[in-house]
Design a protein around this ligand. Structure first.
Ligand SMILES: [Zn+2]
Length: 312
């Protein structure tokens, strides 16, 4: 009769200070072997078990005999067991055995899944995507000029980066050629006001395009910001955000990235393609998320929350 030994069987045996007997019809899962090694549970062949413990021959679990398990014997048993436990099962048989084992609760769901998906570990190059629309970050000073003295933002939605939120408040942008209304304010307030627009918006406003990472505002164009209580004329601070991937140092280490690294994104699907010059941003407050804007997302048919593949 075919029999399966799972990691849980090994753990149970270890707790009982017992070894396990295997024969040509016994399947030992890879996890079970690992656990057996870790916990020092011997996987004895039926014949080896018979030699060291004759009365245990027919039992699935051999009794523990301290004196019989010195190191030398260990080696020998492992060697024999390796030869004996190579069951020649067809794919059909294997499937039947696995199904039966699962149904009878011999294997847990996790073990069966681990067997069929051996690469369930994280794929370092798959990252989630957050899609940004046009928005503005305000300094407290500018917030008060636009909305009134002592004004505080009203958060309505948390963003992927810890502490960042979309606020209820919106402003209007005015440039030499046109205006854009209902531009969302993101919080919390920052030391410096920064406007992030889409490439298409720069044509509508009639201002130059400066593709920059957040915070790099030197030499960028300005714009007029209009709020319900006042207006702010910015000399600089309008950027088209350079695409980037946020992460914290632990995530960077785990995935083998470093701050400032430039990578590409490979996107599948009907409008798939590559996006180059994507900058890795490692910050203590960061959380893994790839930020592109709505134009980029629309061009490649990427939705917020989908994942993309990083190419290094
Ligand atoms: Zn970002």
């Amino acid at each position: 009769m075919k029999r399966l030994i799972s990691a849980q069987d090994v753990i149970a045996a270890a707790e009982r200070h017992e070894n396990l007997v295997v024969d040509g019809n016994t399947i030992v899962t890879a996890q079970a072997r690992d656990v057996a090694k870790e916990r020092g549970v011997l996987l004895e062949t039926a014949s080896a078990a018979a030699k060291s413990a004759p009365h245990a021959e027919a039992a699935p679990v051999a009794e523990h005999h301290e004196e019989a398990h010195h190191e030398e014997h260990h080696e020998e048993v492992h060697h024999e067991e390796a030869k004996a436990v190579q069951p020649a099962l067809s794919a059909d048989e294997l499937e039947r055995v696995i199904s039966a084992a699962f149904e009878k609760g011999i294997w847990t769901k996790e073990e069966v899944e681990a067997l069929f998906k051996p690469k369930a570990a994280i794929d370092a190059n798959i990252v989630p995507v957050g899609v940004s629309g046009r928005h503005i970050h305000l300094s407290q000073e500018h917030l008060e000029q636009l909305f009134g003295t002592g004004y505080q933002l009203t958060p309505i939605k948390d963003l992927s980066q810890p502490g960042q939120f979309a606020a209820k408040e919106c402003v209007t942008l005015a440039g030499p050629k046109g205006v854009i209304q209902k531009v969302r304010v993101l919080g919390p307030v920052r030391p410096k006001t920064q406007v992030e627009v889409l490439a298409g918006d720069t044509f509508k406003l009639g201002i130059p395009q400066a593709i920059r990472l957040s915070g790099h505002l030197e030499g960028t164009p300005g714009v007029t910001v209009i709020g319900p209580k006042g207006t702010v004329v910015l000399d600089e601070g309008v950027i088209v955000a350079a695409r980037h991937i946020h992460m914290n140092p632990a995530q960077a280490a785990e995935r083998g990235f470093h701050d400032g690294q430039v990578v590409s994104l490979k996107v599948g699907g009907e409008r798939g393609g590559m996006l180059d010059n994507v900058i890795i941003r490692v910050t203590e407050s960061g959380n893994l998320d790839c930020h592109i804007d709505t134009e980029e997302a629309n061009a490649l048919h990427i939705k917020c929350g989908s994942t993309v593949e990083v190419v290094r």
